[in-house]
Design a protein around this ligand. Sequence first.
Ligand code: UDP
Length: 489
Amino acid sequence: MEKIDIKEGPKIEDYRAYSSLKSTVDHFLEAAPGHIAALKGRTVWMVNSTAIGGGVAEMLPSQLRIMRAMGLKIEWLVIETADTEFFNHTKRIHNAIHGSGDGRFSEADREIHERVNRKNLDRALALIANGDIVVIHDPQPMPLARMLKKERDIYCVWRCHIGLEESNSVTKGVWSYLQEYFESYDRFVFSLEEYVLPDIADRTSLIPPSIDPLSHKNRTLQMHKSVSIMAQAGILEPRGPQLYEPYAHQVRRVMPDGSFGRVNQQDPFDLIYRPIITEISRWDRLKGFEELMRAFVHMKEENRKKNDPDSIAYKRLELCRLVLGGPDPEFVADDPEGEEVLSELIAFYKTLPANIQKDIGLFLLPLDNPKENALIVNALQRCSRIVVQNSIQEGFGLTATEAMWKQTPVLVSGAAGLKFQVADEETGKINEDPKDIQGLATTLEYMINHPKELDKWAFSAQSRVVERFTLFSQIQAWLQLFNTMVTKN
Ligand code: UDP
């Protein structure tokens, strides 16, 4: 078990100084002290399985920083192991909660799951005291609560970041495997109503994920700063003297022959000069990348067939380009599924005519430096005409939240997490079925040619994020939950 240090970062006053965030912060500052006073003498322990990468690791540092600044004792523990069987097993659990795989888990699987948690137990016991609150994130450390409770009188919460709107034989299989651990938890937290399990509904709270508006992923970037980040990252060719050195690792682009090269190696991609449609996600089939690429191709072909080349509508669509961004596999150890999905996308890209290939950038983003990666994503989201999240399934979809915060118009699928955030034609556009290529192409065409509508939705989208999905809403929900737990018992 490793205790993670939280680095310095923005302070509450920094958030409050943003007029759009002020009332959210003030509301929080009114409610939080009472909750925190009631938790005096207790430490809250957040436990998960990784300190870098993934939504949980992304959200925890800023939340802990704010809670500490308010006087709460809160720590972050990460279970330690190099056991690949463990990660294969927990990946299968993860997939099964999303409805894929066979949903069959044996006692031998359980032993793998428990042995890693058992190895982390002593260190956890040395830190956790009676009366403390332990929040276990996701299935990896799930067995730990039962082991801890044998030795300590504590409160345990299980925070599940994933889910599926429907129940099938696979999800039933995995939940029946995990059910054994339920009784050791006092409370459960899911992101959306749709994911709540009926058997534990009376012990469940809903807390949607959130973004940190001042993190490198989301902080304001002036146009010259976005341009400079993209020049440092190799997305744009630098012009004239530059303030900063290029990043050690550059964004790479898939070349027409399927190899990886520099973004502007063959032709300038001209990202800042054109309307850009962007999706940035992990290379995962459920993110709907291939469907989006097919819809984009269809939109381009239809435009060339049907529209008047002298019209603005035609020219907008003709100029428009697509960026599909995801992690550069060079920096991702052990994600065979991700590599497979990227290969499938490359295989499809290779079949396209040269004049369409030019319009599609399959971008591989370096991950060696989290700050640089976050700034690249930030700049790309800000420079896009539309950010798409065409997920076939989506737990929540922070990529949509991030774009909405930046007032970049979003187009999302009807997956539960995305629909929870976006109201159709109010805060973005919903194309219900991510596999409906024709429908998606028509929606893209409509959006590219209705810029004023998009800007209106994007403006409202930021308010939606401020009201519901910033770290302050999330922290407040946590504090409320901790309070109900300790005052009830
Ligand atoms: N992301 C990133 N670099 C990448 C791909 C994704 O930083 O190359 C980030 C993205 O900005 C978001 C997170 O990874 O913050 C993905 O969260 P989301 O809820 O969208 O999907 P998940 O990956 O959890 O399924």
